[in-house]
Ligand binder design. Sequence first.
Ligand SMILES: Cc1cc2nc3c(=O)[nH]c(=O)nc-3n(C[C@H](O)[C@H](O)[C@H](O)COP(=O)(O)O)c2cc1C
Length: 327
Amino acid sequence: MKERFNRRICVAPMMGYTTPYARKLYRILSKETFLFTEMIASKSLINSKNKDLIIENDNHNPVALQVGGSDLYDLKQCSKIAYSYNYNEINLNVGCPSKAVQKGTFGACLMKDKVLVRECVESMQSDKIVTSIKCRIGLGKELNYDFFEEFIDEVLKSGIKIIYVHARNAILNGISPSQNRSVPPLDYNFVKKIKLKYPDVLFILNGGIDSLDKAKNLLNDYEGVMLGRLIQNNPFILKKIDNIFYNSTNTIKVNEELIFNYFNYIKPKIEKDSIFRLLSPLLQIFFGIPNSKLFKSKIHQFMKNRELKLIEDLLLKFIRENSLQLN
Ligand SMILES: Cc1cc2nc3c(=O)[nH]c(=O)nc-3n(C[C@H](O)[C@H](O)[C@H](O)COP(=O)(O)O)c2cc1C
């Protein structure tokens, strides 16, 4: 399988954020960035009657579908579904620390059972779609490189060639998922060290990369980086990615066309999904723009009555008035 894209810059899977609507916006802003869905539990993916709504891939490629699960048969099914929706990759979540996820025996707690993780990815693999995992560097409060290395040794016996590493431990008890993204310290050296052992495997670094400058510097030492909260807070920063990281000379503008394009995508879905999910990615347009309070409060008012046309008009007005700051 020869790929015509790379994973130098990836947007991290984020539940509640990297929805099909967000990916539509991301793709308008960057043609090259590698995207992810939010994590979808394998059983929900298989049994959902709304599959189209959850995992629609409207040419958002290159894009990976992330699943959570540990049932080998279910994961195999998920892999087939990902292929049928034209995903480039299926990724197993081995990093989420939430209690609900632990109860379903998936996410970070799987790092305790490296053989099971290997079996999971073996079950997901096929010659049709690339398989990968996203994991932490360990579990609990203590950092332990040997534990990480042994985990990776076992998983790589499956033959997979791509691992995304959120370079901090997961603490499974006593702290929340959001604290688990800041309390355990980052240690990028784990990723540097494992890469020396496995030069043919692509290790993508994730965790705490909070500016494009930082991403750029890290790319001197790592093959790819994955950005989470930076994009969650300000997806519009993606419009710089193709120029900075992919030598593109195209200028992406935040303009009326962008709004039309986005609304054309969400309009047919207004009866099928919540207006908040449909609009929230685009509403980050106000990030860092002074005096946008009035626009925001009007939009929230219109959202209550699901007045999509009025919201679109207001956003067009906002864009005309703030074109300089937005571009
Ligand atoms: C709101 C939110 C939801 C997340 N959901 C997922 C998820 O579904 N799957 C996953 O592997 N990681 C999830 N993460 C973790 C991110 O993918 C990423 O590993 C983490 O935020 C660290 O990267 P950052 O410091 O660049 O934000 C989530 C993070 C956030 C902020």
